[in-house]
Write a protein that binds this ligand. Sequence first.
Ligand code: KG4
Ligand code: ZN
Length: 331
Amino acid sequence: MLVLGIESSCDETAAAVISNGKMCSNVIASQITVHSQYGGVVPEIASRKHIEAINLVIKQALNDAKVTLREIEGIAVTRGPGLIGSLLIGLSTAKALAYALDIPFVGVNHLEGHIAAAFLAEKAPSFPFIALVVSGGHTNIYLVKNYHNFQLLGQTRDDAAGEAFDKGAKLLNLGYPGGVVIDKMSKNGNPQALVFPRAMKDSPDFSFSGLKTSLLVMLKKRGCDFPESQLPDVAASYQEAIVDVLVEKTIKAAEDNGISRVVVCGGVAANSRLREKFAAATAARNMELFIPPVILCTDNAAMIAAIGEIMLKNGRRDSLDLNAVSRWPIA
Ligand code: KG4
Ligand code: ZN
């Protein structure tokens, strides 16, 4: 089945074409340069930028896949969770196209999309598996039993891991989004140079707000910013504190549930240290690890089309009165 995917839940306008589980194109227009001057995503600006980009992005996705709009057999679009104004741009576009082309469409959960990025790989995970969904808005561990059955095993009680990266980078004046900058800077730093807290040791849940506070306290105590020469050590130590708990709690969830397959997805799964430590931790326990390529970890429409195609093939159809939702837990 030839499916067009559309994603506009935050600050990336994305479209992709999937054919029978294979990615034919994957186009992403990022708004990062616009939002970075404000230190974070400005929802109203995001909506306006989505309107400007969406038709061009879809056209590019069709061109790259060498298909015409008339050949598309179904549309999958992110319905939530996300910024409501941003979601509405993608959803309205999807509905208009589905109506005009007289083809079915489905509204997809963004988190299910992130997990489905793993299905696009040459070697896809079989069920059941443990999934860590780690992004700017979520840090959730699920036991995934099939395409529609998710059991939440752990979640953040406050900030998401991506938020911890972004807020830490902001405190260090490293710019937005923080994850990429901290990742890059950490490559030249010593992760053991400074001691940051690892919260909620004996719980399946996460907490990252104390980590951000401890960096703030450190900065206040010094009365000045860290000199440039020390920044790699600070970044590497801060990153290590986030990565350690993500790996530890996910592996524990897998062990406790007797599962040997682990999927790591979402924007923070692009982090090189996280990928490295998950590879080591799973190899040491004879577990199979599935992390999508970096381009499919951060927001994209291929992952939305991937799960959308499965839903459409199972007969799922949404009607034209479907609304966007800002919050939408999958378990
Ligand atoms: O999945 P995503 O693109 O959007 C959401 O659904 O939130 O995730 C964005 C988050 C941001 O917080 C960003 O800082 C983080 O992913 N991120 C990273 C890296 N690349 C993106 N965090 C750590 N290391 C990276 N390399
Ligand atoms: Zn996302």
